[in-house]
Design a binder for this molecule. Structure first.
Ligand code: PGA
Length: 286
């Protein structure tokens, strides 16, 4: 596992966007070779999307041959509701880039058969050849997507009842009225994300510090579902200094040294299948 520690959340956004861009461009997608990208919603990835839109407008990246699969969606919220993840993705990302709408996959929380909707989503991922890079965020309770504490670590896409902590955390998007937050969501499972070739998890802010500690310093535990990614072969956690506050100094030093070694090209390239190396200072030449 790689832990990339950057000074601020803005730097996390920039690093993540450059990483996604680099992975897509190195893949050289084309009509017979689509890049499949798993995507999250929430406040954390907003900066990454803004940067990717900018790089797209500057002609540095195209999403023409990219297929995306979003992690989750509320059940029962109309698509056009400003808090639906459909609305979020179209407004914050898709409408600003050149992705073919047919290639942007989101779970339909209003499907008449939710179980079938989840099964179909898994099938579509499989038909697309699996996910090349899954980007995710986490909740303060350590959930990834809507895999709440206690979720099976081999879970697949399914209907999930949201934990009280999540309802409380998301109430801010519903006028601070917890009764307006949908109680259920469709979500990819931990197993679905684990199947991706590579996983990048963004973690920023002091309110995520305990979750980051649980994710990397303690054992794999279904009560902190993000901890499952300790067992993924290619996980990168990208965090800001604030999110490291509950980590041991020893842990922080170790990972900072690792990244410095990457900068100095002393260890293996961090990205499987490429010879690209990312500097800790984030000064990659695109
Ligand atoms: P946030 O949500 O990015 O808005 O903090 C992340 C999550 O709950 O998964």
């Amino acid at each position: 596992m790689r832990l990339v520690i950057l000074e601020t959340s803005d730097k996390v956004s920039e690093w993540a966007a450059k990483y996604v861009m680099k992975r897509i461009n190195d893949f050289k997608p084309g009509p017979n070779k689509y890049f499949t990208l798993g995507l999250p919603t929430g406040s954390t990835p907003l900066g990454m999307y803004k940067n990717l839109i900018r790089y797209h407008k500057e002609g540095k990246i195209s999403f023409k041959y990219v297929k995306t699969f979003n992690m989750d969606e509320y059940v029962g919220l109309p698509r056009e509701h400003p808090e639906s993840y459909h609305f979020y993705m179209w407004n914050n990302f898709f409408k600003h880039i050149d992705i073919d709408p047919a290639n942007a996959h989101l779970l339909d929380g209003n499907a008449s058969d939710l179980v079938k909707e989840c099964e179909d989503f898994e099938r579509k991922i499989e038909e697309a050849g699996g996910i090349e890079l899954f980007v995710g965020g986490i909740g303060p309770d350590g959930h990834i997507a809507f895999n709440e504490p206690g979720s099976s670590l081999v879970s697949r896409t399914r209907v999930k009842t949201l934990a009280q902590d999540t309802l409380e955390a998301n109430a801010r998007f519903f006028g601070n009225d917890i009764s307006k937050v949908p109680k259920q969501a469709l979500t990819v499972g931990v197993g679905t994300v684990m199947d991706a070739k590579e996983v990048m998890i963004l973690i920023t802010g002091t309110h995520k510090a305990f979750a980051l500690y649980k994710a990397i310093e303690e054992g794999v535990n279904h009560m902190w579902t993000v901890s499952a990614f300790q067992q993924h072969q290619h996980t990168i956690m990208v965090c800001d200094e604030d999110a490291t506050l509950e980590l041991r100094v020893k842990t922080v030093k170790y990972f900072k040294q690792q990244e410095a070694a990457v900068t100095m090209h002393e260890i293996d390239p961090p990205i499987p299948g490429t010879n690209w190396k990312f500097s800790q200072e984030n000064d990659v030449d695109i």
